[in-house]
Design a protein. Structure first.
Length: 250
């Protein structure tokens, strides 16, 4: 097995630094932390929906002194409306109304009542799944819930400029996946995380080893704003809200 000299190696990873001094660590952990910090204190109780068994997000939400009322898993085999009927308890409301109608021998008219002990939803899913889930939630709910979306990073899906199915949601992802205009020398095929990480890693090496000083150097990369402090490479995560007109950085 080839052994690398750690002092002469620039290490790029999504997890552990393994003792490398020159490293660029990038994963959705930074986005997760920033997104959870964005949830206001008034949103105390959440429903958590995940398609990737995201135990880390659950632990961090609870650590931030939030209450998770229920945890639901979602995949392509499930019906999104059935999922939210169970979470919001609207199916129980409908069942009670039918039973009472039979007892009275009259048809009862009225809206389905959903639970009122939830303030927000937290999705840890892919963009495709989110575009399926949010419209179903909006359709079934009589309340307008805040929605926080942590992209699963399992697929290279980018946001649309007017992402109508996600309007109102608060998201966390790297800039290249946002509906931003790419530099002229890049094509739309470059709009993926793998390319962005490789591109920024190369630029970081040029900056780190090509300049006499890194003081006050800010590099606005495809993965985010990057600064250099005490030998560390620090990447700033981005949180943004999908709006009718596009998006808003929070």
């Amino acid at each position: 097995m080839l052994k690398f000299k750690k002092l002469n190696t620039f290490y790029v990873s999504k997890a552990n630094s393994l003792g490398f001094a020159n490293k660029f660590i990038i994963s959705r952990n930074s986005e997760r932390k920033k997104l959870i910090e964005t949830i206001p204190s008034k949103s105390k109780t959440l429903s958590f929906v995940s398609s990737n068994k995201d135990e880390v997000s659950i632990e961090q939400i609870i650590s931030s002194k939030k209450i998770i009322r229920n945890i639901a898993s979602f995949d392509d085999s499930k019906n999104s409306q059935d999922l939210f009927s169970e979470i919001l308890l609207t199916k129980r409301s409908d069942d009670r109304k039918r039973k009472l109608s039979r007892r009275l021998s009259k048809t009862l008219i009225g809206d389905l009542r959903s639970r009122d002990d939830l303030d927000a939803f937290f999705f840890s899913v892919s963009l495709k799944e989110a575009r399926n889930l949010k419209p179903a939630l909006d359709f079934l709910s009589e309340n307008k819930f805040d929605l926080y979306l942590l992209n699963s990073w399992e697929k290279e899906e980018s946001y649309l400029f007017r992402d109508k199915d996600l309007i109102g949601s608060v998201n966390a992802d790297i800039p290249v996946m946002m509906p931003i205009e790419l530099p002229d020398f890049l094509t739309e095929s470059s709009r993926n995380r793998s390319f962005a990480i490789g591109y920024d890693a190369f630029e970081i090496v040029l900056i780190k080893y090509g300049l006499n000083t890194l003081k006050d150097i800010n590099y606005r990369g495809l993965t985010g704003k990057i600064t250099f402090s005490g030998g560390e490479i620090i990447r700033e995560p981005y949180v943004f809200k999908i709006t009718e007109g596009g998006y808003e950085i929070l």
